[in-house]
Design a protein around this ligand. Structure first.
Ligand code: NAP
Length: 256
């Protein structure tokens, strides 16, 4: 298929926290579907490796360092994309941290602030900052990466779960606020996906999240299994979808 025949041809996408795991898989999928992608994360080395890997796949990719909690980094990410490509059509807000494991009420003020800053506040601010450019696109789309934990809190990561619930709220409210501007806003809620982030669950023989018992399809998910849902949500095939959250969870049931 020639690049012009691909359904995201001529679209420009930013994906945050996209040098590995789910973010990288999303950048790769959008790129293979024809979009130009700007990847980013905190470490320059990771950015270089991700850009090289995407280019080897024939994807039009660039990247830069962006710690999403840093105001000037977020500004640089958007400015760079506009300077490089002249526009922005797709924002995928994927960054999250989890500095606290254990009983919910043992979360410290500092951990709570970090969770709010990276997982919730920066996602909302980046969407706001991207807005002037998304408004100019005929295909303006935002996708947030929440989690199955946002629907049903997971024991041991309760504080993180609360942040993911907040993101589902932002998704709904922002979709209504931006509907008149013709910008669609959607979300994915992955289940347990095998990445560095989830290693505490997937690679711990003692934990109770035994995939065969709790995931109906009998295995954990892979990062690229989350990516197709994002590519669909930002495509014209989803033109009447906004404010929706798609679960990608191997059949684990979760809904608010
Ligand atoms: P991952 O494989 O550990 O990748 C994390 C990525 O985020 C890396 O590229 C990392 O690169 C970057 N990063 C970390 N902190 C950052 C920050 N402050 N600013 C910018 N980039 C940052 O994680 P993942 O599992 O793919 O998780 C991605 C998203 O999926 C998160 O929102 C997570 O909550 C969500 N999710 C994951 C699962 C799961 O089971 N894995 C399930 C549901 C939802 P640097 O180190 O270079 O910054």
């Amino acid at each position: 298929m020639s690049s012009s025949a691909k359904f995201l041809a001529d679209r420009v996408a930013i994906v945050t926290a996209s040098t590995k795991g789910i973010g990288f898989a999303i950048a790769q999928r959008l790129g293979l579907d024809g979009a130009s992608v700007v990847v980013s994360s905190r470490q320059q080395k990771h950015v270089q490796e991700a850009v090289s890997a995407l280019r080897l796949d024939g994807i039009n990719a660039d990247g830069l360092v962006c710690h999403v909690g840093n105001n000037s980094d977020r500004k640089k990410l958007i400015d760079y994309t506009i300077e490089r490509y002249g526009k922005l059509d797709i924002l995928v807000s994927n960054a999250a941290v989890n500095p606290h494991y254990g009983q919910l009420l043992t979360v410290t003020d500092a951990q709570w602030d970090k969770l709010l800053s990276i997982n919730v506040k920066s996602a909302f601010l980046l969407a706001k900052e991207a807005l002037p450019h998304l408004e100019k696109s005929k295909n303006g789309n935002i996708v947030f990466v929440s989690s199955i934990a946002g629907y049903s809190p997971i024991e041991g990561i309760g504080a993180y779960s609360i942040m993911k619930t907040a993101l589902i709220g932002i998704n709904k409210a922002l979709s209504q606020a931006l509907a008149e501007k013709n910008i669609r806003v959607n979300c994915i809620a992955p289940g347990i996906i095998r990445t560095d982030f989830s290693r505490m669950l997937t690679d711990n023989p003692d934990n109770k999240y035994d995939s065969e018992k709790i995931v109906p399809v009998g295995r954990y998910g892979e990062a690229d299994e989350c990516a197709g849902a994002v590519s669909f949500l930002v495509s014209d095939s989803a033109s009447y979808m906004t404010g929706e959250t798609i679960g990608v969870n191997g059949g684990m049931h979760a809904r608010i």
